[in-house]
Design a protein around this ligand. Structure first.
Ligand code: C2E
Ligand code: CA
Ligand code: CA
Ligand code: CA
Length: 278
């Protein structure tokens, strides 16, 4: 009936309004998160499959809102990109990772390679200058930072991205292609990208022990990477079976809950001291 239709309309309208206001709340809080010191980096160890030693870590951003509620980066990173505060956040991430590298260097007398995630909007002509500032402010060896970029963020602006990434590699930083295999133009562009590492997406790793077809595709990715002289990192490794399959394929490095969840800096240092840094 007409009446029912109107109620339905009202219902959706309320839902929408609630959604919009919670989004607006989140947006307002996110704009203040940097100033309010609500961000923290967690670090997930990456393990060499030959030596079983730690060869680096990935820095993963955590946002703890006032009140203690954690928000997933999968939610707030896209929002930060939309409201154009992502470059401030990335600057904070790079600077905080650099400070952590210095603190760990003091303890271990080695530079721990720390991978930071870049957004597509960061892969621009000013990135070398931003990295120079991070380097001079913290007095780091550039080899301690690894920049993780996704295929999608390169392809949007491919010529600028290739120039930019070539320049940061000349500065001494290394570059990893993240979430490999989830894009569409992977193989065509792979040989053109100025990168050092290839990260095989978790969605491949999930099925390698159970599905021969997934295993075949993953093995092919590992081989292509090897031919291009890239180090191959498998992400999202959760069990020993997956690890054994990846090792047999010749994958170099693994990261995932099997070894460790992302950890606060102090816990990660303990992990590194226990398992040893290569
Ligand atoms: P990503 O770069 O692909 O990071 C890997 C994600 O997988 C992380 O989720 C990590 O906690 C999770 N993970 C690692 N090992 C396992 C595992 O064995 N099993 C399962 N189920 N998950 C695992 P997280 O920390 O929630 O980050 C999600 C995404 O948010 C990241 O995906 C990345 O795209 C983005 N992100 C995180 N930190 C930053 C940052 O500082 N800047 C930018 N631009 N993006 C970030
Ligand atoms: Ca990543
Ligand atoms: Ca990834
Ligand atoms: Ca992923």
């Amino acid at each position: 009936s007409k009446n029912k239709g109107r109620n339905t309309y009202t219902f959706f309208n309320t839902e929408l309004a609630e959604y919009a206001s919670s989004r607006l709340d989140t947006e307002i809080a996110l704009r203040d998160a940097l100033n309010n010191n609500e961000f923290e980096l967690f670090y997930q160890p990456q393990i060499c499959l030959k030596t079983c030693m730690v060869v680096g870590v990935e820095a993963l951003l955590r946002w703890k809102r006032t009140g203690g509620q954690f928000v997933s980066p999968a939610v707030f990173i896209p929002l930060a990109e939309e409201i154009n505060i992502i470059s401030d956040i990335t600057n904070w991430v790079m600077d905080t990772a650099a400070k952590q590298a210095v603190a760990w260097h003091d303890r271990l007398h080695m530079w721990v390679p720390i991978a930071v995630n870049l957004s597509g909007k960061d892969i621009h002509r000013d990135l070398p200058q931003r990295l120079k500032k991070v380097q001079y402010d913290n007095d780091i060896d550039p080899k301690t930072l690894v920049l993780e970029v996704t295929e999608g963020s390169i392809i949007n602006n491919i010529d600028v991205a290739i120039e930019t990434l070539e320049e940061v590699r000349e500065q001494g930083y290394s570059v990893a292609l993240d979430d490999f295999g989830t894009g569409f133009s992977s193989l065509h562009y792979l040989s053109k990208f100025p990168i050092d590492k290839l990260k095989i997406d978790k969605s491949f790793v999930d099925n390698i022990a159970s599905s021969p077809k997934s295993a075949a595709v993953t093995a092919a990715i590992v081989q292509v990477g090897q031919c291009l002289e890239l180090k191959i990192v498998a992400e999202g490794v959760e069990d020993l079976q997956q690890l054994q399959v990846l090792r047999a394929m010749g994958c170099n490095i693994a990261q995932g809950y099997y070894y460790s969840k992302p950890l606060p800096a102090d816990d990660c240092l303990q992990f590194i001291e226990r398992e040893k840094l290569a």
